[in-house]
Design a protein around this ligand. Sequence first.
Ligand code: URA
Length: 190
Amino acid sequence: MERWNELENRCRACQRCALADTRTNVVFDAGRRDAQIMFVGEGPGENEDLQGKPFVGRGGQLLDEMLSLIGLDRERNLYIANIVKCRPPQNRDPLNTEQDACIGYLEEQVALVKPKVIVCLGRIAAMRLIKGNFRITREHGQWFERDGVWITAIYHPAALLRDPSKRPETFADLREIRAKLKQVCTEGYI
Ligand code: URA
C-alpha cells in the first residue's frame, strides 16, 4: 500500500518529459493491484486524459466487450496500465524518448502486481515489452515467456474499431488467452 502510494504520487507529479506540459491528468492505472493478468496499452487518448483513467472512450468500451467474451472484468480480475502515462498531443504515437522517460513506472507497476500473464494491446506496447521488431500483423497471439511471466499481444481496440475484419483473429487470440489463464492462474481466479 505504502509502495503503491509512493509510486502513484511520484508518477502524478512527473515532469520527466514534455507530455507533462500538455496533460490534463496523469493516467496511472485501473483495476486490481493484485491481479494475475495485466493489460498494457500505449498511452492515454483524449477521454482518458480528461478523466484520468485508462480505456474509457470507445476503445475502452470495445475492450470491456472483448474481455467479457472470455469471462473477464476489469474491476474483478485485471490490472490495466499504459506504456506512457500522459496523452501524446493529437493522439500521435508516443516518441521513444517519451517511452524511455516513462517505462520505469510501468516496470515498478509490474514488479508490484506480479502478474502471471501480460497482454499487450497493440504494436507500441508489444514493441516495448516483447521485442523491438515485433510485427503485430504476424505475431499477435504468439506467446513469449520472460522471467516466468507469459506475454502476448493482440490488436489494439482502436485498430479493431478502424478495421472490423481483424475481429475474428482477435477473438481466436482471446480464446487462447483464456486457455493460458486456466493453465497458469490460481484455481478459481477466472
Ligand atoms: N489507448 C491506449 O492505448 N490506452 C488508453 O488508456 C486509451 C486508449
